[in-house]
Design a protein around this ligand. Structure first.
Ligand SMILES: Nc1ncnc2c1ncn2[C@@H]1O[C@H](COP(=O)(O)OP(=O)(O)O)[C@@H](O)[C@H]1O
Ligand SMILES: [Mg+2]
Length: 226
């Protein structure tokens, strides 16, 4: 396969069919997509279009039914689960619509978790986590637990956590879906900052105003790029 030096993601003929008993759902029906290093890509599409499925495939969170996914020169679809988990932890940050912070521990500990998971925890980790929380404007709250802060603040913690291992790729699934307009604005400003540092970023959303945010936009309709 042709793999030019500035390509980060190369997807060819990607299909995903979910099977539940005798019911089959074709979520992705043949996706070809290249993403360059440092690109800021938005993917819009209605609910059920396959956006989450596509993002999960790129992150190696689920396996394709057919097709190839290469990220940073590595065939994600060919890695075994252990290799994938290690690769993902080191290279990919993932931001979910529902934040998914651990409830019982401090914001600082939440941001340090991915470092621990990757065996990167060291005496500088707390300082680094605090620095990330400062970047998202939460330095005064680092010892609070998630229930003590607002939804918008929780999403900012989730962003800091996603950046904990300096991922080259940041993926966000409807990151402002649960936030009000003003809070969403803050989140998009942080994304701008992350992209300006050279991180490749993909955001998926059903909200077409994403077009005003990202540098490139594609549309997904019934599992096909339209
Ligand atoms: N785990 C699953 N099992 C069965 N069907 C699924 C599963 N996840 C998603 N689907 C189906 O696949 C299609 C695409 O879903 P999804 O990728 O979540 O779309 P979007 O994120 O754009 O709303 C939908 O029809 C959805 O119902
Ligand atoms: Mg979705």
């Amino acid at each position: 396969m042709e793999f030019s030096g500035d390509t980060l993601i190369e997807i060819r003929g990607l299909k995903k069919t979910y099977r539940e008993g005798t019911v089959e759902t074709a979520a992705l029906r043949g996706i070809d997509l290249s993403v360059r290093k440092g690109e800021y890509l938005g993917v819009v599409g209605k609910s059920g279009a396959g956006k989450t499925t596509l993002l999960n495939m790129i992150a190696g969170l689920d396996n394709p039914t057919e097709g190839e996914i290469t990220v940073g020169g590595e065939r994600v679809d060919k890695m075994n689960e252990v290799k994938k988990a290690v690769w993902r932890g080191r290279n990919v940050g993932f931001i979910f619509q529902s934040f998914q912070l651990l409830p019982g521990i401090s914001l600082l500990d939440n941001v340090m978790l991915p470092m621990d998971f990757c065996g990167k925890l060291n005496r500088h980790s707390a300082e680094k986590a605090a620095e990330l929380l400062r970047m998202v404007g939460l330095i005064d709250h680092i010892h609070k637990v998630p229930s003590e802060i607002s939804g918008g603040q929780q999403q900012r913690v989730a962003i800091a956590r996603a950046l904990a291992n300096d991922p080259s790729l940041l993926l966000a699934d409807e990151p402002t879906g649960r936030l009000d307009t003003v809070t969403s604005e803050v989140v998009f400003e942080i994304f701008e900052q992350v992209v300006s540092r050279g991180t490749t970023m993909i955001i998926v959303s059903h909200d077409h105003s994403l077009a005003e945010r990202t540098r490139r936009l594609i549309r997904l309709t019934d599992g096909i790029i339209s």
